[in-house]
Design a binder for this molecule. Structure first.
Ligand code: IMP
Length: 193
């Protein structure tokens, strides 16, 4: 196996993933395989969504592939927004700016600002399914900090760094991030084959 489709067109994610997987495996995006579909993500867990996306690609294109799904799990919000992280502010669309603003609003005055980012990667290789999980624990600051990255990066500060992902930039982020941890497990599995 030397080619693997990643179920994303997000350039940020792709470069994070490429930096970990290395050059031995050629990573193809959805655009590379001419997939411009709005892939359904209707499951009620991260595991379910990651598998749903990977199965969609595998069944339609017959290629080895992996998909990830990520949720921000905030203690004071009972583990939410979790599987609803992308559409936290608006149920019908992804508005990252509105999402971070809503999060800060919901946590106004909260004593407990702990949270974790959790990523699940679903790999389908030769028809077999494998799941890998990555978790990073941290805190939600009281205001946005930093300008690097994407999504909730300015409002999540991992324990290991004490600064937000948006303050440290991609290299440092990749050392501890939820997705990096899940993708490192995936990379180790692929190397072991
Ligand atoms: P997805 O499952 O990767 O599509 O991500 C779900 C939601 O979490 C989206 O709102 C993303 O912007 C957000 N998200 C995923 N990964 C990260 C990250 O590494 N930093 C900040 N936000 C993220």
């Amino acid at each position: 196996m030397n080619k693997l489709v990643v179920a994303t067109n997000n350039a940020h994610k792709l470069s994070e993933i490429r930096a970990i997987i290395g050059d031995d495996i050629e990573l193809l995006t959805l655009a590379d395989i001419n997939c411009f579909d709005d892939i359904p993500e209707t499951a009620d867990t991260l595991e379910g969504n990651a598998l749903q996306k990977a199965r969609y690609i595998y069944e339609k294109y017959g290629v080895d592939c992996f998909a990830d799904d990520t949720g921000l799990e905030v203690t004071a919000l009972g583990g939410g927004p979790g599987v609803h992280t992308a559409r936290y502010a608006y149920a019908d669309r992804h508005d990252p700016k509105a999402n971070t603003e809503k999060l800060l609003r919901e946590l106004e005055g909260a004593a407990d600002r702990s949270a974790q980012f959790r990523t699940v990667v679903a790999l389908i290789l030769g028809g077999e399914e494998h799941l890998f999980e990555g978790i990073v624990r941290g805190q939600i600051p009281t205001e946005e900090r930093g300008t690097d990255g994407f999504g909730y990066d300015p409002v999540f500060a991992p324990e290991e760094l004490g600064k937000t992902f948006a303050e440290v930039g991609p290299e440092v982020k990749n050392e501890v991030s939820h997705r990096a941890r899940a993708v490192k497990k995936l990379a180790a599995f692929l190397k072991s084959l």
